[in-house]
Unconditional design. Structure first.
Length: 101
């Protein structure tokens, strides 16, 4: 419900609510339901889902971040850690490639 005197609209149409802390479960659920609807539309019955952190970088991106940190006196510890963790990103990509083949 809008709190500024505007018309009352369903919660799912209220951007302030949907993007709020209280709307988080709806956003999470939509990340499941939207692809499921697309898969049904295209008659895709078998899928594999990779869950992980969107914060991991590809090796290329992590190397670029490290180079920038070195060049601009940035946080080398964070950039080096990102490069170390990038192996998980690359491993997931390789696994996805193999499964796809």
């Amino acid at each position: 419900m809008s709190d500024n005197g505007d018309e009352i609209k369903p919660a799912y149409l209220d951007k302030n609510f949907v993007t709020s802390k209280d709307g988080r479960p709806l956003r999470i659920l939509s990340e499941y339901l939207e692809p499921a609807a697309r898969f049904e539309y295209y008659e895709i019955s078998d899928t594999i889902v990779f869950y992980g952190s969107a914060r991991l970088l590809s090796k290329d991106a992590a190397e670029e971040r490290l180079a920038t940190a070195q060049k601009e006196n940035g946080d080398l510890t964070v950039a080096q850690q990102a490069l170390e963790l990038s192996r998980y990103y690359e491993d997931a990509r390789e696994l996805a490639r193999r499964l796809t083949e």
